[in-house]
Design a binder for this molecule. Structure first.
Ligand code: GTB
Length: 220
């Protein structure tokens, strides 16, 4: 059967297949939900052209198309997949609300300082103030990781069974891998490893790697 879902991804991801581009989290959600999907690869130039801008106002990947529906923003896409299909959100109303809270926490509280760090490492290395600023940015990340690690404790997942909240949190934390900072927080490193060990994540990772292997990695 032809898949009814199409997502977009980088024609050549700058990470050379490390799975850090955000299509990976959408692929992972689709794999967890057991939904087949097609991928339309887009170049950086095509992302800024009208056809893609009609799908994504900010000219980015990933997007999600299914019938009449077109979505952008991975938070919204993963939430949509989780709502429509089983396996990513609990049935109990309160547990479901808490899992959604963790999705927001991943995107609104944990991801911003991590992105700031990635940008500082990747884009600001030649600035005269880089050496002074970097430790400040790193400490902002550490402070959030410390809090998150304390909450996770020795549990496998953030709130009971694996949920879309964990999928999003692990996806966000994976962006820290090139920095090595995750290793300072063994409980979080183990949490991320548990996410990566899920068969659905492995399929998602392999699918993006099949496209990007051989691209020269530009990510630290
Ligand atoms: N908030 C949006 C969402 O969650 O969907 C952010 C989407 C986004 O940042 N998309 C990026 C993009 O299209 C790709 S994922 N960038 C192109 C542009 O803005 O012109 C971000 C990303 C890119 C590359 C790496 N990497 O190489 O390691 C990691 C993450």
């Amino acid at each position: 059967m032809t898949p009814s879902i199409t997502i977009t991804a980088f024609e050549r991801s700058p990470d050379g297949g490390k799975g850090l581009a955000r299509d990976t989290r959408v692929r992972w959600a689709l794999e967890e939900a057991g939904r087949p999907y097609k991928v339309r690869l887009v170049s950086f130039r095509a992302m800024k052209e009208p056809a893609h801008l009609a799908l994504h106002p900010f000219g980015q990947i990933p997007t999600y198309e299914e019938g009449d529906l077109a979505l952008f923003e991975t938070g919204s896409i993963v939430f949509h997949i989780a709502e429509r299909h089983g396996g990513l959100l609990p049935d109990d109303d309160n547990a479901r609300a808490r899992a959604i809270t963790w999705m927001f926490a991943a995107l609104n509280t944990i991801e911003p300082p991590i992105l700031e760090l990635a940008n500082a490492r990747l884009l600001e290395g030649d600035k005269p103030w880089h050496e002074k600023r970097l430790p400040l940015v790193e400490d902002r990340v550490r402070s959030r990781l410390d809090q998150l690690s304390a909450r996770l404790g020795d549990a496998d997942w953030l709130d009971g069974a694996f949920s879309a909240g964990d999928l999003m949190m692990v996806s966000v934390l994976l962006r820290l891998k090139p920095s090595g900072m995750l290793n300072e927080f063994p409980k979080l490193a183990a949490y991320v490893a548990r996410g990566e060990a899920r068969p659905a994540y492995k399929r998602a990772f392999a699918a993006q790697l099949a496209i990007n292997a051989g691209n020269s990695p530009a990510v630290r």
